[in-house]
Design a binder for this molecule. Structure first.
Ligand SMILES: NC(=O)c1ccc[n+]([C@@H]2O[C@H](COP(=O)([O-])OP(=O)(O)OC[C@H]3O[C@@H](n4cnc5c(N)ncnc54)[C@H](OP(=O)(O)O)[C@@H]3O)[C@@H](O)[C@H]2O)c1
Length: 299
């Protein structure tokens, strides 16, 4: 049984990205990431801090803009417009969720698709779904695909069952796995809360991805012997034996499923570290695109 360590794979990718940052700097370009945080949600503060730190470690310029909770939507749209126009910013990330008085869709659509390193802009989503043009794939699904490829489990020709159909994970992951290119060519089934006979479907998966948000829901009897299992879930369950009173776990009952699966990703140390890495990857890709444009302009 193989443990698929997202932590190790993320390190491997970050080492490659560092080289790309150096390469692009020979053109006088330093990749730049701007993060925008509205309000004081502690989880969002933590995520944004982690993203900025990871960017700096990579040699990416990172800029954090923090706005008060009651920031009017128009002001936030103005900030986004300023970042769109700033040539030193290659990636813009507006941390979600936004306060209720702001329409998330409006803000996402205001981001220049060529700087939308979260991959949520409808233009990026559409290009990914149709596999046309240049686009940024959303970070968590892109991280899952990288984990599969780099752990020796190319999805090509395999039956992949994705449990979860959110716009953040399940749906875009299905799009990526269907593409006619490396990391794609899978046969994909997407399940959700209305799926009947879920376990009879998950048992047919060569690769099973759980993106549900229900602690340890995938049990050993739901998995085909030898299957590859990727756990996207991040949950907290009460645990009075621990000082903090809870433990972190995924959507997969790890100890049971690892006895059946051929390969499995743990939580923590699985998909989590990959998500931030793919954000960095998209930011570097955006900066490299700028250089390519400069080159063709000078032709
Ligand atoms: N590690 C990371 O970097 C990372 C990043 C993003 C998300 N996550 C984690 O991944 C998990 C999923 O996130 P999400 O944003 O996709 O969650 P979400 O928006 O709540 O979507 C959950 C999906 O699971 C489906 N579902 C819920 N209960 C089910 C059941 N009993 N049987 C079958 N399907 C069921 C839902 O079906 P319906 O559509 O029918 O409601 C929905 O499609 C969460 O734990 C989240 O914290 C981790």
């Amino acid at each position: 049984m193989q443990i698929i360590s997202g932590r190790d794979i993320a390190q491997e990718i970050r080492a490659e990205l560092k080289k790309k940052v150096e390469q692009v700097s020979t053109y006088g370009v330093t990749p730049g990431l701007a993060t925008v945080l509205v309000g004081e949600d502690p989880a969002s503060q933590l995520y944004v801090g982690m993203k900025n730190r990871a960017a700096r470690e990579m040699g990416i310029n990172s800029r954090q803009i923090t706005l008060p909770e009651d920031t009017p939507e128009s002001e936030l749209l103005g900030v986004v417009a300023g970042l769109n126009a700033d040539p030193e910013v290659h990636g813009i990330l507006v941390q979600l969720p936004l306060p209720e008085h702001i329409t998330e869709g409006m803000v996402i659509e205001a981001i220049d698709p060529l700087k939308d390193v979260d991959g949520f802009h409808p233009i990026n989503v559409g290009r990914m779904a149709t596999d046309t043009g240049i686009y940024f794939a959303p970070c968590t699904p892109a991280g899952v695909v990288e984990m599969l490829l780099r752990s020796g489990h190319d999805p090509e020709g395999k039956h992949i069952v994705v449990v979860g159909r959110s716009n953040l994970v399940g749906r875009p992951l299905a799009s990526l796995l269907l593409r006619r290119q490396r990391g794609g060519n899978g046969t994909v089934t997407v399940c959700h809360s209305r799926t009947e006979n879920l376990s009879s479907i998950t048992r047919t998966a060569d690769i099973l991805v759980a993106a549900i948000g229900k602690a340890e829901m995938i049990t050993g009897d739901m998995v085909k012997p030898g299957a590859v299992v990727i756990d996207v879930g991040t949950n907290q369950v009460k645990d009075s034996t621990l000082e903090k009173g809870y433990r972190n776990c995924g959507d997969v009952l790890f100890d049971e499923v690892k006895e059946v699966a051929g390969a499995i990703s743990p939580v923590p140390g699985g998909v989590g570290p990959m998500t931030i890495t793919m954000l960095l990857s998209n930011t570097v890709k955006s900066a490299r695109l700028t250089v390519a444009m400069v080159e063709s302009d000078s032709d």
